[in-house]
Design a protein around this ligand. Structure first.
Ligand SMILES: Nc1ncnc2c1ncn2[C@@H]1O[C@H](COP(=O)(O)OP(=O)(O)OP(=O)(O)O)[C@@H](O)[C@H]1O
Ligand SMILES: C[C@@](O)(CCO)CC(=O)[O-]
Ligand SMILES: [Mg+2]
Length: 389
């Protein structure tokens, strides 16, 4: 096979504070992770088939371009400002995926996001479906809270929009701010198919990279997060963000007066974190160690309180409680990150946390069967890897 025409990658993310509350317009803080999903596109002009290969979920599907073209929407689609598929169009995408509209398993969701972006983006531009091979593989564990769905959707959006010349191929690694906004808008639509009702924080971090605070769709860069040291723990329990977000919605609908103050408290945690991190990132002053110690103490309290509030929202899991109790034994503080219900937790480290403490806690968590790794946060957003021809 010849070299791919287009290679792009998009990062995952870690949410420090504000998951779930962000769906209700509250502030959240997140940073990109240097674990990426890579999409390679090979165009095959003399073929009539489109193949999607997703080795992480053991999927390979092939369609005839004529069948894809037949499923394209009939009305106009605004390529710079996409909207969700109509029920009729969604039903056509399900037929192409070989499922009915009740299916929301891993493979169906991944297929729908691809089919929707592929058919819509081509419809609005070249009005035909080019044949080719699309291969997406990730360093991120799928469905574990590290934004694998957003990295997948962001890479698809960047690759397909570039392939159709909706956005121009960047000379360097990344696109103009305007083009990144178009990528983000399509990635958000893909996330809607996978999550149901996403806030947009995950695709925004994956597109723009680094660290952000996010409230009601407004993205503000937030550099001070990058100095934090954290351990990530993957408890490996299977879970779905869509189901968890719906579970919180059901509890909210049953008990709004109880849920509202919990969401407000989570937002206040994000705001306090912002203030503390700005102070921690400030220039050195006399007595700084003392201030630093107090600020870390506040961050640790925020982690503990947030974990309790997330349990109150109904997105905890015994494995995540186990992570909290093991880390607490070693004087460390942890909370779930992402949608919860299993998946990943983050453990906050101080700059002076002793290496042997980290080693002991890591060993104990690994004995439970969990994956544990120290990570740096604040990676580059969606990037192009192949050179323009
Ligand atoms: N490498 C991949 N290949 C194919 N599909 C993927 C891949 N990674 C993620 N997906 C799609 O994303 C879905 C997982 O998304 P989900 O939102 O439930 O978890 P997450 O994004 O990892 O966690 P969170 O949303 O909490 O950050 C999978 O069911 C699949 O449809
Ligand atoms: C649970 C949630 O808040 C974060 C998932 O990473 C959902 C969302 O914001 O779309
Ligand atoms: Mg997701």
């Amino acid at each position: 096979m010849s070299d791919p025409e287009i290679v792009v990658s998009a990062p995952g993310k870690v949410i420090l504070f504000g998951e779930h509350a962000v769906v209700y317009g509250r502030k959240a803080i997140a940073a990109s992770l240097d674990l990426r999903t890579q999409l390679k596109i090979h165009l095959i002009p003399d073929s009539t088939a489109v193949t999607l290969e997703l080795p992480d979920i053991s999927l390979s599907n092939t369609w005839q371009v004529a069948d894809l073209a037949a499923a394209q929407p009939t009305g106009n689609v605004d390529v710079k400002n996409p909207s969700p598929p109509s029920d009729k169009y969604l039903a056509a995408l399900h037929r192409l995926a070989g499922t009915d509209t009740d299916h929301t398993d891993t493979r169906t969701l991944a297929l729908l996001a691809f089919l929707y972006m592929y058919t819509s983006i081509h419809h609005t531009t070249v009005r035909k479906c080019p044949a080719g091979r699309f291969h997406a593989a990730s360093q991120l564990p799928p469905g574990a809270g590290l934004g694998s769905s957003a990295a997948y959707c962001t890479a698809l959006a960047a690759g397909l929009l570039t392939m159709c010349n909706v956005i121009s191929r960047p000379e360097g690694k990344t696109w103009s701010k305007e083009d990144l906004e178009v990528i983000n808008a399509w990635a958000f639509q893909g996330e809607k198919l996978i999550h149901g009702n996403p806030s947009g924080i995950d695709n925004s971090v994956s597109t723009f990279g680094d660290a952000i605070s996010f409230k009601s769709g407004k993205i503000s860069p937030f550099e001070s997060v990058a100095a934090l040291k954290i351990l990530l723990v993957n408890t490996k329990g299977p879970r779905s963000t869509k189901v968890l977000v719906q579970g919180v919605r059901d509890r909210y609908n049953r008990l709004p007066a109880i849920m509202e103050p919990i969401l407000d408290s989570i937002e206040e945690i994000s705001c306090t974190c912002e203030r503390v991190l700005l102070e921690l990132g400030g220039s050195p002053v006399d007595g700084q160690e003392n201030t630093q110690g107090k600020n870390y103490q506040i961050l640790e309290e925020l982690v503990d309180i947030c974990q309790c509030l997330l349990n109150a929202l109904g997105v905890g899991h015994p494995s995540l409680d186990q992570v909290s109790s093991i880390t607490a034994k070693h004087g460390l503080h942890s909370k779930l990150t992402g949608a919860g219900g299993g998946g990943c937790a983050l453990v906050l480290l101080r700059p002076d946390t002793a290496p042997d403490v980290i080693d002991k806690v890591t060993a104990e968590l690994r004995d439970c069967g969990y994956d544990v790794w120290e990570t740096s946060i604040g990676a580059t957003g969606v990037s192009q890897h192949s050179q323009p021809k």
